[in-house]
Ligand binder design. Structure first.
Ligand code: PXG
Length: 464
């Protein structure tokens, strides 16, 4: 084990961290007792911690490091851009070259007539922008009553006031006065947990038609947009039955509702195409992007909108914008990241080689006694843990208890695999090698075995 020496001892780092750094989505008191794992460097698909342990990062950070860690070209571009123009804005009739080049490139890559980009520093901010964009769009067209945005329970769209409100996470809504007015949540297309005796196809149709029912209840003249992730990521990699998206698309089209595809996770190759919308056959009016846009090397996000929306919004002054909109360093890094994805044919390789290989190996985990379904789209996969495969039963323990146990075993085996409730999820860098996929599966299986043994020993293999 190599000990990294250019920092304070781990215990001291952990003490200072717990004393002064407030962690996101964490119980700080628990963290202080245990000490956070200190990540010191990363290369390819591996992280190194302050004790010199090498950890396979099967989550690509937080679903974002699509080209892998340690890409020198991105470092060089950032340094060069900082020397040339470290900051300027595009408010008040100015612009700069990285903003222009990145916008033109995104217009080229985005499907259909999505040719215009409004920037942000994150997915949450981009979705906040979307709320204002779609409401302002309808108001400018003389239909200000088209205000309500429909989204889904267990969807994730960020954790700002707007993004957290669009999302359908009960834990987020329970703090700080969310959701804001004018957001309506419908059911998610999670057949495994909620489909009961229905076939996946019938269940998919039923959940899509909840959108139509909601539009009827609220009134077509009062609904601005529907927002959804092509594949729900943070909700547990929930892949809708194949009847779902065609029906949702029909409803949005026929009922004059804008469709926002939140591509923050699905974008930039994650599903085997540039955008998840292409994989799922969705034609959105707006796409939210972030994460893989820069492979996480710089904070940057945006809303990519259609010609029609850009034209309507372009006819008024849109009173909205962030200091770091199209930040030149972030934009330059994003552009270089897109060049890497394109020139190294990473998206094509995912579609034709890596994703099919990962799918075969991931689905082989379904023979494990703890695993119900194994689902995967491109490079995002989940397995549902269950005490009884046939009935798709949940565990008798509180939801998430078993997932947490499995996550802890993963941690111990130097694999970053997340849990969402009692589902285990992966989203590795798109550049993961065949050998690294084997390692991922071997470590995942080992963690599942350890989880099974523990549940058995403690009498926890019981259905709810
Ligand atoms: N939309 C989607 C679909 C996301 O997945 C956001 C918006 C918000 O992006 P920002 O950049 O504001 O975080 C996200 C973010 C997790 C996890 O644990 C997922 C996200 C963020 C943090 C943690 O799965 N997704």
């Amino acid at each position: 084990m190599t000990r990294i020496t250019n920092h304070l001892p781990t215990a001291e780092l952990q003490r200072l961290d717990a004393a002064h750094h407030m962690h996101p989505f964490s119980t700080q008191a628990d963290l202080a007792k245990r000490g956070a794992r200190v990540i010191t460097r990363a290369k390819g698909c591996f992280l190194t911690d302050s004790e010199g342990e090498e950890i396979l990062d099967a989550m690509a950070g937080l679903w974002c490091v699509n080209v892998g860690y340690g890409r020198e070209e991105l470092v060089q571009v950032a340094a060069a851009q900082m020397r040339e123009l470290p900051y300027y804005n595009t408010f008040f009739m100015t612009t700069h070259v990285p903003a222009i080049a990145l916008s033109a490139k995104l217009a080229e890559l985005a499907p259909g007539d999505l040719n215009h980009v409004f920037y942000s520093c994150s997915g949450s901010e981009a979705n906040d922008t979307n709320i204002r964009l779609v409401r302002t769009y309808w108001a400018t067209k003389g239909q200000p009553s088209k205000f309500t945005i429909i989204s889904r329970k267990n969807g994730y769209h960020g954790s700002t006031m707007g993004g957290g409100s669009l999302g359908g996470m009960a834990g987020i809504h329970s703090q700080g006065g969310l959701p804001i007015p004018g957001i309506h949540h419908i059911g998610q297309p999670d057949w495994w947990s909620e489909g009961g005796d229905m076939s996946p196809e019938d269940f998919g149709l039923m959940r899509a038609r909840e959108l139509e029912q909601a539009i009827d209840e609220i009134g077509e003249d009062n609904v601005a947009a529907f927002i959804a992730e092509p594949v729900q990521g943070a909700g547990g990699v929930i892949v809708a039955p194949n009847t779902y998206w065609p029906e949702v698309s029909r409803i949005c089209r026929e009922r004059n509702i804008l469709l926002i595809a939140d591509e923050v996770i699905c974008g930039f190759g994650r599903t085997g195409n540039w955008f998840g919308s292409q994989t799922l056959g969705i034609t959105p009016d707006i796409m939210t992007v972030a994460k893989g846009l820069s492979s996480g090397y710089q904070p940057i996000g945006g809303s990519i909108v259609s010609d029609e929306i850009a034209e309507v919004i372009g006819s008024i002054e849109f009173n909205h914008g962030y200091t770091y909109h199209a930040h030149p360093v972030a934009a330059a890094v994003a552009l270089e990241n897109l060049r890497i994805l394109e020139e190294e044919q990473i998206v094509t390789r995912v579609r034709e080689h890596t994703a099919p290989l990962l799918k075969a190996k991931w689905e082989s985990l379904a023979d494990h006694p703890l695993v119900g379904e194994a689902k995967i789209v491109g490079m995002m996969g989940s397995i549902a843990l269950t005490p009884d495969k046939a009935s798709r039963a949940a565990f008798a323990s509180d939801p998430g208890t078993v997932g947490y146990i499995c996550r802890e075993f993963c941690f111990g085996t130097n694999l970053v695999m997340r849990h969402v409730g009692d589902r285990m999820i992966i989203s590795p860098p798109l550049v993961i090698s065949d050998e690294e996929i084997d390692l991922l599966i071997a470590r995942a299986r080992h963690a599942l075995d350890q989880t099974y043994d523990k549940l058995k020993a403690e009498g926890m293999l019981k259905a709810a």
